[in-house]
Design a protein around this ligand. Structure first.
Ligand code: SAM
Length: 280
C-alpha cells in the first residue's frame, strides 16, 4: 500500500501496536493481543515494516514485556493497587496481571468506546478473565486537565498507583507532555510510579527514524501539529516531583530476555523505557 494513500489515523496505531505484539507473543508475553488483529491493521503493519523498520515487531514485543514484568513484580510485592494507562490503546495488561489490582484506561473516545464494548463481551463469554476496568475518554490535545484530575482523584482515593504512558508521547508535543506530567504529579502521592516511553534525540541520526518521519508525515492524519517529539534524558531527570528509578531500552532489554536483534543499528528505532517514583 502506498503510505500517502492510506490515511492512517492515530487510533489505527493502537491496532497496529497490538498486531506487533501478536506476531511474537512468546517475546511480548501478551497472549491476548491476537484478539484485536484485523485486516486493516495487518495491511498497515506490513506496509510499515517494509517502509520503516523490520525490527518493529521485536521492539514492540520487548517494550510490552518490560512493562509487564515491571508491573507484575510491583503487584507481587504489593506495592501498587491501581494501574492507570494513558493512551492505553488495546493494551491487555489488565488480563495479563493478577486480579488483585484495578485499572483505569484513558484514550481517545473512539478507542475507549470500541475497546470497552468489546472487552465487556469477551469478559461475559469467558474469552477474557473478569477484571475491574474504568475507561475514560479523553483527547490530550484538548483542555481536559481539571476534569480528568477530579475524575482520577475520586476513583483513586488513597490507593497506590502506577501510571503508564507508552507509545503515546511521539504523537504529542512538548506542551501537551508537560501538561500530562503536571497532571501525574497532581494525582499521585509519594511512592507512586510512572512508566514512560519515548525516543531520545540520538534516534534522529538513524535511517529508520528518517523513514519513520517521512512515513508519519505522509501517512498519519491526526497527530499533534508539532508532534513526533523526541525527549532527552534530562527531561526525566529534571522533573521536580519525580526520581528516575530505572532506564532501559530495546538493546538492554533484548539482553535481559535473551533476544537477538536482527537489523543494523541504523535500521532500529530504539525506544527508551523509564520508571519514575513520586517524591514526597
Ligand atoms: C501507538 S498506540 C499505543 C497504545 C498502547 N499504549 C500500546 O502500547 O499498545 C498510541 C495510542 O495513543 C493514543 N493517543 C494518541 N494521541 C492521543 C491524544 N491526543 N489523546 C488521547 N490519546 C491519544 C492513541 O489513540 C493510541 O491508542
Amino acid at each position: 500500500m502506498n503510505p500517502s494513500k492510506k490515511h492512517v489515523k492515530v487510533s489505527d496505531t493502537a491496532f497496529v501496536t497490538c498486531s506487533f505484539r501478536s506476531k511474537n507473543d512468546n517475546l511480548s508475553q501478551d497472549r491476548y493481543a491476537k484478539l484485536w488483529t484485523n485486516e486493516r491493521a495487518e495491511t498497515i503493519l506490513e506496509d510499515y515494516l517494509e517502509n520503516v523498520s523490520t525490527e518493529e515487531v521485536s521492539t514492540h514485543c520487548i517494550r510490552n514485556r518490560y512493562f509487564l514484568e515491571t508491573l507484575a513484580k510491583l503487584v507481587e510485592q504489593e506495592k501498587i493497587d491501581l494501574l492507570i494507562n494513558f493512551g492505553a490503546g488495546f493494551s491487555m495488561y489488565p488480563f495479563l496481571l493478577p486480579d488483585t489490582i484495578e485499572h483505569i484506561e484513558i484514550d481517545k473516545p473512539e478507542v475507549v468506546d470500541y475497546k470497552s464494548e468489546q472487552v465487556k463481551q469477551w469478559m461475559e463469554n469467558g474469552t477474557l478473565p473478569k477484571r475491574h476496568i474504568t475507561s475514560i475518554p479523553v483527547d490530550f490535545s484538548t483542555d481536559y486537565q481539571a476534569e480528568l484530575i477530579s475524575t482520577i482523584e475520586s476513583l483513586k482515593q488513597n490507593r497506590r498507583c502506577f501510571i503508564l504512558i507508552e507509545g503515546v508521547l511521539f504523537f504529542l508535543n512538548r506542551e501537551q507532555t508537560d501538561g500530562l506530567f503536571h497532571l501525574f504529579s497532581e494525582v499521585q502521592a509519594h511512592g507512586d510510579y510512572v512508566g514512560s516511553v519515548s525516543y531520545k534525540e540520538d534516534v534522529k541520526a538513524t535511517d529508520a527514524y528518517k523513514r519513520l518521519i517521512a512515513y508519519a508525515n505522509k501517512g498519519v492524519d491526526d497527530a499533534s501539529d508539532d508532534g513526533f517529539q523526541t525527549i532527552p534524558n534530562s527531561y526525566y531527570l529534571n522533573l521536580k516531583d519525580y526520581d528516575l528509578l530505572e532506564q532501559e531500552d530495546y538493546y538492554s532489554c533484548s539482553k535481559l530476555y535473551h533476544h537477538n536483534t536482527q537489523s543494523k543499528p541504523t535500521d532500529i528505532l530504539n525506544e527508551q523505557f523509564y520508571v519514575l517514583k513520586r517524591k514526597p
